[in-house]
Design a protein around this ligand. Sequence first.
Ligand code: ADP
Ligand code: MG
Length: 447
Amino acid sequence: MPLVDSKLMSHVLTYVWEQHPSVCRHWFNEIELVDMDAGTIRMLVREPVQLKYLQRNCNDFFVEAVQAKTGKLLGVEFVGDVEQIDPSPVVRSGISISTDSNNGGDMVLSPDYTFDSFVVGPDNRLAHAAAMAVAKSPATAYNPFFVHGGVGLGKTHLLQAVCQSAMQNDPSMRIFYTSCNSFMNQFHESVQNGEMKSFRNRFRNYDLLVIDDIHDLSNRGPSQEEFFHTFNTLYQAGRQIVISSDAPPHEIPDLEERLTSRFSCGLVANIERPCYETRVAIVRSKAQLRSLDLPEDVAGYIAARFDTNIREIEGAITKIQTMAMLDGQVINLTLAKQALGSHIQADGTSKMTIQDILDTVSGFYGLKLTELLSKRRHKSVSLPRQIGMYLARKHTRFSLGEIGGYFGGRDHTTVMHAVKTINGKRSDDIRLDQDIFQIESVLLNEE
Ligand code: ADP
Ligand code: MG
């Protein structure tokens, strides 16, 4: 068996980082080259979740890299087990993380979704603390643990972090992580095949049952029934149940009352839209996973632009990273703006809308749109509101009265007052001036 060049691994990694940066993660440095066997290079990855990630997302890229670096038609195999390398059998405690891949619904855990990479802010503190407690000592503190929040706010991330952390704390723990729809599909299959009994028994064996997106239970009559029984069985056996949903239990439409009350009997925690600071930290965390150096102003820019669905932040980072790679440039604000598209029209004028202003201002200050438009006069709301009116006056052609209408039905004198106030404050409050400058640059997309 020819020995592989010890430098090959670092050459391969450099190649993949350069050519396919968006799939690369900081822990790639820990991949070890094992040997070459029958034209296949084997690489060792000890963390099962990382191994899965590489097998699913990166095989082609590594093959490409290996072939480019050796000039030979070689294959790549990622292995995670010493047994596969060392012929002497090693007894391992089985990690029975059963991720079902029914009906294409693959629920493989992502190595990106750990507690380490989860940013804690005022908007998710309770959910995070409860998730940590559940992972540390399942079925003691909060059972069931029910987390709810809007799309892209980190529910799946948190659920997977619970699984991965629980698995690390106790490798013998039997964990079942699935989506509600996957659960349903399995249920229907069992019904069709007359295997209801084994379906029920299967779940009795788990210490931790984690079900994502339980709101999909609405409109599923018979499945609700089955879920209720599964839930009860596990709950009564003292097993931990973790559930996520886009709405709190009592707001999930068409959900049986007995399920609603079961879901509510442990801890129900909400994840809110993250404020600006939390979003900046999330951008940083995402960049760190990719070993990506993002300048301060670029992180701020991304955080200000993507304020509702955090999932878009990831796409934005990938876009910027790819553009930098293609153009062979360093990442800076100009490049980031180019990558993410501009609000400037061909003739150089801005097509800024009042909606843009409302979104950006509320995002920047971590306010809900409804708060910004409300009658509340507290400074934390009234100042951003005044800034919004000021910006609308400065950057759009709407009249004072029209602007007042957009900002929660206020009259033109209120808008006039706001414009005057902010103009005054900009000249003697540096911090505020900078904030407004930052908001404006997001809106205008220029330096
Ligand atoms: P949901 O399941 O609520 O729709 P996800 O868990 O899929 O949302 O999160 C969407 C994206 O946002 C993921 O990339 C996730 O890592 C990221 N994200 C959301 N909240 C946070 C957070 N607090 N810290 C780090 N990443 C987060
Ligand atoms: Mg999700």
